[in-house]
Design a protein. Structure first.
Length: 474
């Protein structure tokens, strides 16, 4: 058994779980969703029935029935005297049946591979004899790739030397590496909420204490809250996505960039700017250069080719001052031995055609966004659909806090989504749903059809007390 979750922690993670009747099935669905989102890892021991019933103020028979439902659907196993443990999950619906091949998977917000990638890989493979003559991986990155990445930054108005670049195995690897080098147990980290959940997971694994700053599709970053958070907690690090933030799609204004930079400089906080979505422009024209004038020792940027070229091309990078690059390289062997050279060669060749890559991405994402927005506004007019100008997803405001229940309902009908709470730092967001527009337009329209059919049923199945409250506030 790898870990255990306490009744108190499980209660906090469940949030507003009681969104339908009977209560035991609502509780079981809440735990299923935590497992599906990997917020409860496989082989995690769940609280005893008596402990969880006390924490949730439920009868023990209700918790027992929920655990029985979870056993029936293959999400947990229980042994007398040893308790209940979550199981590794196959791709399954809530009733335990494996999902069909025609399921629409909108959990991953990554477009299909850039069409020119296959040709690039073929060309790189012709030089395989040269590549295999070398070690095969390195902790810093191939010089030609670092030069290409540095040139892209310099062209944006951010003068960069190849010595200020370290190549990683994707952006997620970069976040883990930065967290391990820059953070110690208990350090505070400012982070947007909602945010990219895997970044929050990486920071928590470094035993950081996360301080959430709200960002919304309508109003952007809450500068007052953000500046107070910097001044009050003196965070060591702040993780932000200033361009086409995931999941909201919002980009910082010049005033927001300036305000955040000032707050970070006053508190001595290192700004880690995740720019993995910054190039995914649809309407805006050019990408704002961001924190150009910031102290180089306080501004770290990370990027990758996962959202632009292909999610399967696991190549990312960190741009930082040379001293931090040296520290990262020294610490990296404890995490991985380096980025494979073949992937780096493919990445360098793709960057040579990057303008064409971005143009094609803009076309694909525009088609997906426009189809999704039109379908949602036609089928679910009661939802608030934001206007986004780039990125990969819509952060939709539902007219009831039933995102988790809706996700579980449509999952059994072949539409796989992530509920709003998955993107929360400190709970909530069950009134929101993230919908990527990276899939084919016809699949997005079909998914909206399923949502439109499910929503009245989900909303109607909420407990009477909740329905009365919703009707009074919507």
């Amino acid at each position: 058994m790898d870990s255990r979750i306490s009744a108190r922690a499980l209660s906090a993670a469940l949030g507003g779980w009681r969104t339908r009747e009977p209560a035991y099935e609502a509780l079981a669905d809440g735990i299923r969703l935590l497992c599906l989102d990997n917020r409860i890892a496989p082989r995690t021991a769940l609280p005893a029935e008596r402990e969880l019933s006390a924490a949730l103020q439920l009868s023990r028979s209700t918790v027992a029935a929920a655990y029985r439902s979870l056993r029936d659907s293959g999400h947990i196993s229980s042994t007398r005297g040893s308790g209940s443990v979550t199981l590794p999950l196959r791709r399954r619906d809530p009733e335990g049946a494996t999902t069909t091949e025609d399921a629409i998977d909108l959990q991953q917000a990554s477009p299909p591979a850039w069409p020119g990638l296959a040709g690039v890989i073929s060309e790189v493979a012709l030089s395989a004899s040269t590549i295999v003559a070398r070690t095969g991986y390195d902790v810093l990155g191939r010089s030609e790739l670092r030069e290409a990445i540095a040139a892209r930054y310099s062209a944006r108005g951010i003068p960069t030397s190849p010595h200020e670049i370290v190549v990683t195995t994707g952006a997620q690897s970069a976040i883990h590496l930065l967290a391990s080098v820059l953070l110690s147990r208990g350090d505070r980290v400012v982070i947007e909420t909602p945010t990219y959940p895997h970044a929050a997971d990486a920071l928590r694994r470094a035993d950081a204490r996360l301080v959430g700053v709200p960002v919304t599709t309508a109003d952007g970053w809450d500068l007052d809250r953000g500046q107070q958070a910097f001044a009050r907690t003196l965070p060591v690090l702040a993780y932000l996505m200033p361009d086409f933030q995931n999941p909201t799609g919002r980009s910082m204004t010049a005033a927001e960039r300036h305000g955040v930079l000032q707050a970070a400089e006053r508190s001595g906080t290192i700004l880690v700017l995740d720019e993995t979505t910054a190039d995914l422009d649809i309407d805006r024209g050019t990408v704002a250069p961001g924190f150009i004038d910031g102290d180089p020792s306080l501004v770290v940027r990370l990027g990758s080719l996962g959202k632009t070229v292909w999610g399967g091309l696991r190549v990312g990078w960190i741009r930082a001052e040379a001293d931090l690059v040296r520290r990262l390289v020294a610490a990296r062997p404890a995490h991985d031995l380096g980025t494979p050279e073949f992937e780096q060669a493919v990445a360098a060749a793709a960057l040579a055609q990057y303008d064409a890559v971005i143009a094609q991405r803009s076309h694909v994402l525009r088609a997906g966004r426009d189809a999704l927005v039109a379908a949602l506004r036609g089928s679910l007019p009661e939802w608030r659909i934001p206007d986004v100008h780039g990125g990969v997803s819509l952060w939709i405001a539902l007219d009831a806090p039933l995102s988790s229940t809706l996700v579980m309902d449509v999952r059994s009908r072949g539409v796989l989504l992530s509920a709003g709470p998955r993107f929360s730092v400190d709970g909530g967001h069950d009134r929101h749903l993230r919908m990527p527009f990276t899939a084919a337009p016809e699949d997005l329209v079909r998914a909206v059809g399923v949502l439109g059919e499910a929503w009245p049923r989900v909303r109607g199945g909420a407990p009477v007390a909740m329905t009365e409250h919703l009707d009074s506030v919507v």
